[in-house]
Design a protein around this ligand. Structure first.
Ligand code: SAM
Length: 342
């Protein structure tokens, strides 16, 4: 399902702020893209920066012919206008049409829109039949339709807002420079840093083939052993996670450190190792990629699966050897090639 917002009548000198808000509402409330009729590079930059910081794939194109795009749109066409049929009357029908067609364009104006918009559209929808604003109309409309799917996407960006009843809680996915700063802050040795860089190189190759989030993989790979600045025992994953929580790092990265040891640790093993009453298996694709890249990097060098398995067997860790093997084949399957060949 894709949702495109079309903004007609944008006057860059006058509507800068309100069109920015139309675009921000479109992104935040689940649309995929916005088309704006007048060319406006500043507006494009503002929205690109929001996407860069807060994540998602929302796109903006300015300088388009709104009539052409609306007329030729391959899907459901909705025009938001105070003169239309109230949203409350049509929203269920709209939703079922959207399921059928899969794509929807939502046209909002700035100043008066030519009457042909009423003819081109499949639905002319009013959010209450009183004049207000394209920002409010779009927000209420998208909330009613896409709120059913919790806006369809969760955003993961450099900055991530964690809902909080008081104050601000923002967690970051650190860039490689930020990750290196954290490693230095906690006194990571050259060995830890070089090892982590080697893990990151392999993890990024796997991530690209597997279609994982490479920002999370890179940050997680660089920081997976931060706990070794405190201890080299099996608890270094948990200790690392504690450090990363203190540093206000996003849980997607924290959990990479927490779940990277071996190919995971079962609840029973955790209890007997004194790591608490919890299982520590890698769960997400990104966690699995870093955990397994770490398995395959011995010091700074990549080794084949067979030698990792031999190492675990020699240590009497038969179960772990089995898990490593399973993880290797699971990831190789996702990548479409044996990870030993990367
Ligand atoms: N009287 C103007 C008109 O609709 O032609 C109002 C322009 S209004 C400032 C700008 C845009 O806000 C409109 O083009 C329409 O998309 C949207 N809008 C304003 N009130 C609305 C309402 N009650 N329902 C749906 N959309 C509305």
């Amino acid at each position: 399902m894709t949702v495109t917002v079309i903004r007609a009548g944008h006057r860059p000198y006058r509507d800068k702020r309100i069109t920015t808000h139309v675009a921000l509402v479109a992104r935040a409330f689940g649309a995929d893209s916005i088309l704006v009729d007048s060319k406006d590079e500043k507006l494009e930059t503002t929205i690109h920066n929001t996407v860069k910081n807060f994540g998602g794939n929302f796109s903006i194109t300015t300088g388009v012919n709104w009539r052409e795009h609306f007329r030729k749109f391959p899907g459901l066409r909705v025009y938001l206008t105070m003169y239309g049929i109230p949203l409350q009357v049509h929203w269920k029908q709209l939703l079922s049409e959207l399921w059928k067609t899969g794509n929807m364009a939502v046209l909002v104006g700035a100043e008066k829109i030519p009457a042909e918009a009423y003819q081109i559209s499949d639905f002319n929808i009013a959010v209450g039949n009183q004049p207000h604003s394209e920002v409010s109309a779009l927000a209420v409309f998208l909330d009613k339709l896409l709120g059913e799917f919790e806006y369809r996407k969760s955003f993961i960006g450099h900055l991530n807002v964690i809902p909080s009843d008081r104050g601000k809680d923002v967690r970051i996915i650190p860039t490689s420079d930020e990750a290196r700063k954290i490693l230095h802050k906690y006194g990571a040795t050259e060995h830890i840093i070089k090892h982590s860089e080697a893990v990151a190189r392999l993890a990024l190759k796997i991530s690209e083939l597997a279609g994982a989030n490479s920002d999370i993989v890179l940050a997680g790979a660089l920081l997976h052993d931060i706990g070794r600045t405190v201890t080299h025992s099996v608890s270094h994953g948990i200790k690392g996670a504690e450090i990363l929580v203190r540093e206000r790092i996003h849980p997607a990265v924290v959990n990479i450190a927490k779940h990277h040891v071996g190919a995971g640790i079962s609840k029973e093993e955790s209890i007997s190792l004194g790591l608490g009453d919890r299982s520590l298996f890698p769960v997400t694709l990104e966690e699995k990629i870093v955990a397994h890249s770490d398995n395959l990097i011995d010091g700074f060098t990549k080794v084949p699966l067979s030698s990792v398995i031999d190492k675990f067997i020699k240590k009497g860790l038969k179960k772990s050897a089995e898990r490593v093997k399973r993880l290797h084949f699971e990831l190789s399957d996702i990548c479409g090639k044996d990870i030993d060949t990367l």
